[in-house]
Design a protein around this ligand. Structure first.
Ligand SMILES: Cc1cc2nc3c(=O)[nH]c(=O)nc-3n(C[C@H](O)[C@H](O)[C@H](O)COP(=O)(O)OP(=O)(O)OC[C@H]3O[C@@H](n4cnc5c(N)ncnc54)[C@H](O)[C@@H]3O)c2cc1C
Length: 397
């Protein structure tokens, strides 16, 4: 029960960190409260293929997407077709399982059905108490990684601040969904999903994940209402629900994602894009930084907060740059009225603007296309004050 590293949370991010450290011969424990990795699913499973540069699991792809149909508050429609695979949809439970299986092959010891209930410094290291069917065990480690998702207990134990926003989300997996399975459908407007947006992520020929996130309020009630809203109702009129999913999306990362002997990563550290709520790619990139710092710390036998800070600097200086801009775009977008969104729709829905998005849009780096769009259409300036200020360092660079 004594390890070099204890990782809490066997999601994709915890799986990557655990596997990368165990691969170098260190003793790693991976603690997961559920008995089955990946269950229950709390995700739409839409990622870019570049995720597979970081983790295995390509075989869990169930659909490929090459564009989006976006519906505005007045039910106006805009179609973006990149004519290439822009994103893929995975079976999220199997995707997580593939990553964790890979980690186990590298020597990670897993504790499934084990809920971490307490964590503290003890005996010159870190101690975690896990509860398995009412029986408590004590794991100790030189270091602790909290990859324990949006409600991170590790962040709470070690007094690391929580996200600026947690957006409630709800999603239902359905069969009998109409529409082109090569296109994600997005729905914006205060009637549908105030402060964020709704979606249909096609997961096969006639199946899809119909969901939304809102700035605040009862996401389920909004989802029920969205299903009756014109364009959505058309897509789901013959659909049957298979599975309901609820979850929160953390937006706005804390100033510090570490403490002595401790790092938090993934949703626990709010490493999520404010523009889409997607956290798999950004979380995995940060997980690679986290694993590097852990390996460095183990090699040097230095677990001080100063050493752990290297992780924070590494990810916030790379992935964090995009996340900061995405947060600003999210905040600008959330404050728009439906009337302003209608205006924006008109601006975006011009052939040259659509062409720029089709050619240069990238869901992992949504801010990148921003400059080109602004150059093409200065009317955008009116709506992008905060987002623009966050992007200004790019002008200098
Ligand atoms: C409705 C919805 C749709 C989404 N759609 C997408 C999408 O299409 N694409 C995308 O990129 N992202 C999406 N996301 C975000 C994505 O799901 C997360 O960013 C991603 O799962 C983060 O991975 P993680 O490993 O950090 O955390 P998680 O996947 O949340 O894993 C954390 C793990 O820690 C475990 N855990 C928590 N507490 C404890 C404890 N005390 N003891 C033991 N184990 C514990 C949990 O059981 C869980 O297995 C969506 C989120 C929501 C809510």
């Amino acid at each position: 029960m004594d390890f070099d590293l204890v990782v809490i949370g066997a999601g994709p991010v915890g799986g990557l960190v655990a596997g990368a450290v165990a691969e170098k011969g260190y003793r790693v424990a991976l603690v997961e409260e559920h008995r089955e990795v990946g269950e229950p699913v709390q995700c739409g499973g839409l990622i870019t293929p570049r995720v597979f540069d970081l983790v295995p699991g390509r075989e869990t792809i169930v659909n490929e997407v090459h564009g989006a149909e976006i519906f505005g508050p007045a039910q106006q429609r805009m179609r973006i077709d990149a004519h290439r695979t822009e994103a893929v949809v995975v079976d999220r439970a199997k995707f997580d399982q593939a990553i964790v299986r890979h980690a186990l092959k590298r020597g990670v010891k897993s504790f499934l059905g084990a809920k971490a209930v307490a964590g503290r410094y003890a005996d010159g290291g870190v101690e975690v108490v896990v509860d398995r069917d009412g029986k408590q065990d004590r794991l100790t480690g030189k270091m602790l990684v909290g990859a324990d998702g949006v409600q991170s207990v590790v962040a709470k134990w070690f007094k690391i601040l929580r996200p600026k926003y947690i957006l409630p989300g709800f999603e239902v997996e359905m069969t009998g969904v109409a529409g082109d399975p090569g296109f994600v459908k997005l729905f914006v407007g205060h009637e549908v999903a105030p402060g964020f947006f709704g979606w249909i992520i096609p997961s096969g020929e006639d199946s899809g994940r119909v969901g939304l996130c809102v700035r605040e309020g009862n996401a389920f009630a909004y989802l029920e209402k969205m299903m009756r809203w014109g364009p959505v109702a058309e897509f789901v009129k013959r659909a049957q629900p298979l599975l309901y999913i609820a979850g929160g999306i953390p937006i706005g990362f804390p100033r510090r994602t570490y403490a002595d002997r401790v790092m938090i990563v993934g949703d626990a550290a709010c490493q999520v894009k404010g523009t889409s709520g997607g956290g798999i790619y950004s979380g995995l990139r940060c997980a690679a930084h986290c694993a590097n710092t852990a390996l460095e710390a183990l090699a040097k036998d230095d677990f001080s907060s100063r050493q752990m800070r290297r992780y924070h600097k590494a990810w916030s200086g790379t992935v964090g740059k995009e996340l900061r801009k995405d947060l600003a775009i999210f905040e600008s977008f959330a404050s728009l009225t439906d009337r302003q969104m209608d205006d924006l729709f008109e601006i975006f829905n011009q052939p040259e603007m659509v062409r720029i998005i089709e050619e240069h849009g990238d869901i992992d780096f949504p801010s990148k296309v921003g400059w080109r769009l602004l150059r093409e259409e200065p009317r955008l300036l009116k709506y992008t004050g905060k987002a623009l200020r966050a992007m200004v360092p790019r002008i200098g660079g």
